[in-house]
Every structure is written in C-alpha cells, then in structure tokens.
Design a protein around this ligand. Structure first.
Ligand SMILES: Cc1ncc(COP(=O)(O)O)c(C=O)c1O
Length: 493
C-alpha cells in the first residue's frame, strides 16, 4: 500500500442542483401545444391555471434528473460499506434475465396455463431456499425483510391460537435487528429483552433464567443470526431446545444469511421460522423499502399457516393454491414481487451451490481483512474474528473530541459512503462496516488507508479540520436533529 490517499469512491455530492421550481421561467415549456381560447374543459369545469407547475424545457428536465441521479451515491459508483444494510452488487445478468419478455410482459391475472414458466420459477426459488436453510416450506409473498418477520410471527400466533394457548410474551435479544421487537409488538406481544454478554452473543444465563421464569407465557424468542454485532450465535442449538421444552417457537432473523450460505442450515439447528432478505443475500436491488422480497421459511408444523397463494406442483403441472383453511391469508397482492424472485434465482443458478458458499467465505474474509488492518487504529469491542461485517467504535478517540460521526463525515470527504453509525445500539459509538464479497483487494485497501488516515488526523493537530469535514460538498454538516424533528416537506414559493 502506498501512503497516498486517492478517493476510490465518487464525489457525486459535488453537484449543486436547484429545484425545477427554481429553474422555472414563465412561458417556457417542454411541448408545443396549439393555442386555445377555451377556458372550460370538457367536464364543464374551468381550467386550473394556478397550480404552480414549473415551466421548463425538456432538456432542462432531462438534465435536472440526470444531475440528481449523479448526486446519489450508489454501489455502482463506489464502495458502500453500510453494515447491516448489505449493499451488494446487483449483477447485470440478473437484469438481463428479468427483462426477458416471458417474464417482463406477464400479467398477474393471466390464466395459470399460460404462466407455467413463471410458476416454475417461483417453485424453483422456493426449493433453492428450502435446501439452503434446511427447512421444508417457503413463502415468497412478503415484500421485505420486516414484512417477512411479520408473516412469520403471524404464523406463530395462529399456531398458538389453534392450540388454544394464550401466550403474551416474546423474548427478543438486545443485539437483534430493531425490526424484531417492532414485529413482535405489532403482533400484540409484550417484549422482554434478553441481554447480550461481553462477547456480543446472547447471554445464555440470562436467557435460561427468563425462559424458566416465564415458561408457558412465552410465545417465541426472536433473534438475529449472524447478529447485529457481526457475530455468529453459536449456542443456537441450546436456545432451540430450551424454547421447545416450554412449547415456545424459535424465530431467527436470517437477513444476514450472506455470511453463512452453504455453511449452516439454520433449520437443522432447531429454528422454527426464519426470513431471508433477497437484497442482502441474493443480490436483488434495494428498493427504498420496497418493492423487495423477504421470503419466509417455516417448519413442517407451521407450513399450513403460510400465506396464500402457494405454488403447487403435481403431475408436471404448476398451480396456485388460493383456498386453505389454516392460512393466515394474503399478505401481499398477487404473488409478491415476481421480478425480485427472477433476479434471485438467476443469481443462484449463475453461482451454483459452490459459488454461493464461496460468496459467503469471501464476504467474511473481506470483513476480517478490514478488521485486521484497522484493529490497532480503532477500538474493537469484541475480540476474535467477525462474520460478514466488522464492528469498531470511537472509544479512545471520543475522549479527544472525535466521534464516530466525525469519522463518517471524513469518509464522505474522501469519496466513500460512510459505514453504518451508532448501530447496533448495544455498542456505544458503533461503526459497523460491511464490505461484501465483491470489493476487490484494491478497494478494501483504499478504504483501510482512508480510515487509518482519519484515525491519524483524529489524534493530531488536524483534529479540528476533521471536525469540519466534509469540506468539498455543497452541503457540509447539516443539523440532523432538526432535519429529523422538523422536516420541511412542502415546497413554498
Ligand atoms: C438483520 C436485519 N433484519 C431485518 C431487516 C429488515 O429488512 P427490510 O429492510 O427488507 O424490511 C434488515 C434490513 O436490512 C436487517 O439487516
């Protein structure tokens, strides 16, 4: 590694772009419409003249939106090491496949005899996922990871109702993703938090005590594995047995599956329900909260509660099962987001089973490469190797006035998207870094070098300079609290 810091990311935020409203000029238009003297529309209503649309030409509009798109930092433009969000490269092959007419031109109301290929695609993806997680039944209907969690917990709730059991508590580990307690609460359960220990893993003593204390009141335990501290919860088998001994279900948030694909089958370790996030493991695009796909895998016992429609296959014919007495019902229009399913299957088939295992290995290797190189520059809260994301903190810098936020802002100055900051909540000043498997050695080295440079600045006279970063973006440091608490969401002239 040479000492020179050359940004490998991009500085898209360099652009300054006024709103279209601010570019408006009276009489300017994108289309030539014939002059009209009519003041009333066909409905008999007068024309609305004063709705205040900007008056701009077509080239202005095109340039405006292209410039906005260039302001957006993206995984296609540079390294995007957001921990927990897993900004995975979206292979172009997926996009090519999903644009084939046979997939792209389908209508969800077409007769089933004309969509056999699409149903086969769904069925195949279900089979791949079932094989990878070691669980018998899958639904692809949920539109996101959190939606999958909701679907899974609704299935557990229905199973308990059918058994006539009133259980009001869901245990959730404090190192689980925030959507886990939110989901349990949405399903009407009282949350009891299970602490994690100094190793970043579920504190087994505390867990055992809670299960002994609340026993048959517990509906389920929810945790995330690998967890949000980037660790693998190794005591999973014990946890499963303990829960099952009191008749409770075991929900595992499998959003971080990218680290263990082809390595661990969570179903074989006693998990009753898990969800995948196709964008975090199987390279589908992030969609700003959707449209995505958060498949859910369940045990044989819970299969009958899965949402409809379900794809069935018999005598060489695929069909959709819509009616089912036990199902929790529909949780999404039609079959869910089919385009995501096609992309994920294309990714799986192009990698093959060996390739997927290699992806997991490379994701873990890349995170550990970063951890190894930064462990002397930043505080590492949990010793030992990490999974697909590595965790650092600002301990040691904070005492000198430099915080995690300053390091994140410094990364922007050098052309990198910052890592995830202040998450997981159980770790003070957390910096969660997830490079993913596709970052090259050079880009990892570029990131490491920049982080080392920032750590050095933090301990030098240039500290004040760092506190001012980013310096070269049109927006410097904004008042984030004000932006969150008092957002201005409406444009006023
Ligand atoms: C561990 C974990 N669980 C759940 C979720 C929620 O998934 P989604 O954003 O698709 O709803 C995420 C999001 O990235 C996650 O990282």
């Amino acid at each position: 590694m040479s000492d020179k810091i050359s940004p490998l990311g991009h500085k898209g935020l360099m652009l300054e772009e006024p709103l279209l409203f601010e570019q408006s000029q009276q009489g300017r238009s994108g289309v030539d419409l014939p002059e009209t003297t009519q003041t009333k529309l066909r409905t008999g209503q007068p024309q609305r003249t004063e709705i205040g649309l900007p008056e701009v030409s077509e080239p202005q509009v095109v340039r405006h939106f292209v410039r906005l798109s260039q302001m957006n930092y993206s995984i296609d433009g540079g390294m995007f090491p957001l921990g927990s969000c897993t900004m995975k490269h979206n292979p172009r092959l997926n996009e090519k496949v999903v644009r084939l007419d046979g997939f792209a031109q389908l209508h969800p109301l077409q007769p089933q005899s004309t969509i056999q290929g699409a149903l086969e695609t769904i069925h195949q993806l279900e089979n791949w996922l079932a094989e990878l997680c070691g669980m018998p039944a899958i639904t692809l209907n949920p539109a996101a990871g959190a939606h999958g969690e909701l679907t899974g917990m609704m299935s557990i709730r229905k199973a308990l109702q059918d058994k006539g059991e009133i259980r009001k508590i869901v245990l959730v580990s404090d190192n689980a993703h925030g959507t886990n307690p939110a989901t349990a609460s949405t399903c009407g359960y009282k949350i009891i938090s299970v602490p994690s220990g100094s190793d970043g893993l579920v504190d087994l003593t505390a867990f055992n005590e809670l299960v002994d204390k609340y026993g048959s009141e517990i509906a389920a335990f929810m945790f995330t594995n690998p967890n949000t501290c980037g660790r693998f919860e190794k005591d999973i088998k014990h946890i499963a047995d303990k829960l099952h001994s009191v008749g409770a279900y075991f929900y595992c948030d499998g959003a971080n599956f990218n680290a263990i694909v082809g390595k661990v089958k969570l179903g074989e370790l006693g998990v009753d329900v898990m969800q995948f996030n196709l964008h975090k493991t199987f390279s589908t695009p992030h969609g700003g909260g959707g449209p995505g796909c958060g498949p859910v895998a369940v045990s044989k016992e819970l299969e009958k509660y899965l949402p409809v429609p379900r794809v069935r296959h018999s005598n060489g014919v695929y069909s959709l099962e819509i009616e089912n007495a036990d199902t929790i019902g529909r949780i999404k229009a039609f079959h869910g987001h089919f385009g995501m399913m096609v992309r994920a299957l294309a990714y799986m088939m192009s990698h093959g089973a060996d390739g997927l295992r290699k992806v997991a290995e490379d994701a873990v290797l890349n995170a550990n490469y970063i951890l190894h190189h930064l462990k002397d520059d930043f505080h590492v809260p949990y010793k030992g190797i990490c999974m697909h994301e590595c965790l650092l903190t600002d301990k040691g810098l904070k005492e000198d006035g430099i915080t995690t936020l300053d390091i994140a802002k410094g990364l922007i100055e050098y052309g990198f998207h910052p890592m995830t900051v202040y998450f997981p909540l159980v770790v003070s000043g957390a910096m969660l870094i997830e490079p993913t498997e596709t970052e090259s050695r050079e880009s990892l080295d570029g990131f490491i070098k920049t982080m080392k440079h920032l750590a050095k600045q933090a301990k030098s006279k240039q500290k004040e300079h760092l506190k001012e970063m980013p310096l070269s973006t049109p927006r410097r440091r904004i008042d984030e609290v004000k932006a969150a608490r008092q957002p201005i969401l409406r444009y006023m002239k």
